[in-house]
Design a protein around this ligand. Structure first.
Ligand code: CUA
Length: 306
């Protein structure tokens, strides 16, 4: 998984990386010039009063002004394309910063939508517009390999255009301190071929699969009797809570708990039992009072929701 702004995989990040290299080159040039002049001042034979004055005027005023103006113009010119919206008809995806996870909502062409958490799927060459909101405090979404940073501000909608240029999995951490578990608020961005994204969208839009094994069925019964559905939705069942992440396809996600844990049955079990130990301050209550066996079937049920 890449999180490097200097190995860009998106249009925005490419512009930012090129700006970085030009700025670095420019500063290197200025530094070499200054060091050269300093060495000349120490070891040179010295010149007339007139040549000294000329050096001060050119080296101290004219050259820095010209160089800094060029770099400034170059930097400012890079901003408008970063803020430009994608072409009309591009996909729009809603992302809300919560305590401490990313709520991701994909509107579908038929007017419905589906939700998932901490994972964004995009296709190579397909620009999308993210509409960013916050449910509580200021968060900031930063996917270094794809684009620049954008804040999520309570009461406002901010926008960010992403246009992936190659496939891969990219990390998108929260880049604004937002409380206890700010460090465990990471969005996974998976970029694939358009056909693969289409298949994923169809799977995500479908309701949850019915649990197959007796263990998973017991887990579903536990899920319902423990009141999990008051906060979580599992589409196609009676669970329709909206406080926490939608779990309809939780088993298909790469990670859980805001990137904190790899998605496997054992992590789901640990998370359900002791979320506070993994993410201090998380709203999710711990179910450590349930017998181990009950926690295990719950985790098996959740893991099977692919
Ligand atoms: Cu959200 Cu830091």
């Amino acid at each position: 998984m890449s999180a490097s702004a200097l190995v860009p995989a998106g249009r925005g990040a490419e512009r930012i990386a090129s700006l970085f290299w030009w700025m670095t080159g420019g500063s290197l040039l200025v530094w070499l010039l200054v060091v050269g002049i300093a060495l000349y001042a120490v070891y040179g034979r010295g010149g007339s009063q007139r040549s000294a004055r000329r050096l001060i005027v050119w080296g101290g005023a004219v050259v820095p002004t010209v160089l800094l103006t060029v770099l400034l113009a170059f930097g400012l010119a890079a901003i408008p394309p970063l803020l430009a919206p994608p072409p009309v008809g591009s996909r729009t995806i809603h992302i809300t910063g919560e305590q401490w996870w990313w709520r991701v909502r994909y509107p579908l062409p038929d007017g419905t939508s589906f939700e998932l958490a901490n994972e964004l799927r995009l296709a190579v060459g397909e620009p999308v517009e993210l509409l960013l909101e916050s449910a509580d405090v200021v968060h900031s979404l930063w996917i270094p390999a794809l684009a620049g940073k954008m804040d999520l501000i309570p009461g406002r909608v901010t926008r960010l255009t992403l246009e992936p240029t190659r496939a891969g999995t990219f990390a998108g951490p929260c880049a604004e301190y937002c409380g206890d578990s700010h460090a465990f608020m990471e969005l996974m961005v998976v970029v694939s071929a358009p056909q693969e994204l289409q298949r994923w969208l169809e799977r995500q839009a479908a309701p949850a699969v019915a649990p197959a094994s007796p263990q998973a069925q017991a887990g579903q019964a536990r899920f319902q009797s423990s009141g999990c559905g008051a906060c979580h939705s599992v589409r196609g069942t009676s669970a329709d809570g909206v406080v926490g992440p939608d779990l309809t396809h939780v088993g298909s996600r790469l990670r859980i708990a805001g990137g904190r844990l790899l998605n496997q049955v054992s992590s789901l079990q640990t998370w359900v039992a002791r979320p506070q130990q993994l993410k201090p301050g998380a709203i999710m209550p711990g179910f450590h009072f349930l017998p181990e066996q009950e926690l295990e079937v719950l985790a098996v049920y959740l893991g099977g929701l692919e």
